[in-house]
Write a protein that binds this ligand. Sequence first.
Ligand code: HEC
Length: 196
Amino acid sequence: MATPASLAVEKIASMPEYVKEFKKIYGNDGVTFDNIADAIATFERTLLTPSKFDKFLEGDTRALNKKEQEGLKTFIDKGCTACHTGVNLGGSMQAFQVAAKYKFANIGDFKGDANGLVKTPTLRNIAETAPYFHNGAIWSLKDAIKEMGSVQLGIEISDKEAASIERFLHTLTGKKPSITYPQFPKATEKTPKPEL
Ligand code: HEC
C-alpha cells in the first residue's frame, strides 16, 4: 500500500514482540522485507473457500447437477478458460479489450501494467463480489459475462448462454474460513509515525 520496503521493516522491527516471533520462525534473518511478505503469504494461503466445484474436480461427478455441468461446458466452449484457467479460474496477466473496447473504459484511468496487461481475476465466489471489473462499473453477473464475450472474445453471448454460465459460476461460491484475529504487538517509541 505504497509503504516503502525499508519503512515496513523499520516498523515491524521496532516492536520487540514481532522481532521475537520473526526470530522464532525465520532464525537469524529475522525481520526482512522478504520475511514480512512470506508471513503475509503464509496467512493468505489459509484463505481457501472450498466449494462444490472442488468436489467435482476431485472426481465426484455428482457434485454438480446437470444444469451446472452444462454451464461449465458453455464456459469452456465459449473460450472463457483461455484466461480463467487453473484451479482459481484466473491469476495470469492478460491483454484487456482484446476484441472490443470495454463499455465503461472512460471511467477511471486504468491502463494495466507497463505492458498494458491486466491480472485475470479469480472467479471463485464471483456471485458474491459485485460490482465487477477494475472500476466496478458492472453490477450484474450476467452483464459481466456478456461484456467479457464482446471485450475479450469478440462474440455475442446470448441471454440463455449467459444464464447457463452464471449457473456454473454459482458453484464457485465456497465456505469461508473462520479467522481468529491476533493480538497485535504494541508499538514503541521507535515505531515510525504516519506522516501527515
Ligand atoms: C483474454 C482473456 C480473457 C477471456 C477469454 C475471458 N476473460 Fe474474464 N476477465 C479477464 C480479465 C483480464 C478480467 C479483468 C477485467 C477488468 O478488471 O477490467 C476479467 C474479468 C472477468 C469478470 C469480472 C471479475 C471481477 O471480479 O470483477 C468476470 C465475471 C469474467 N471475467 C468472466 C468471464 C467469462 C464468463 C468469460 C467467457 C465468456 C471470460 N471472462 C473470458 C480475462 C479474460
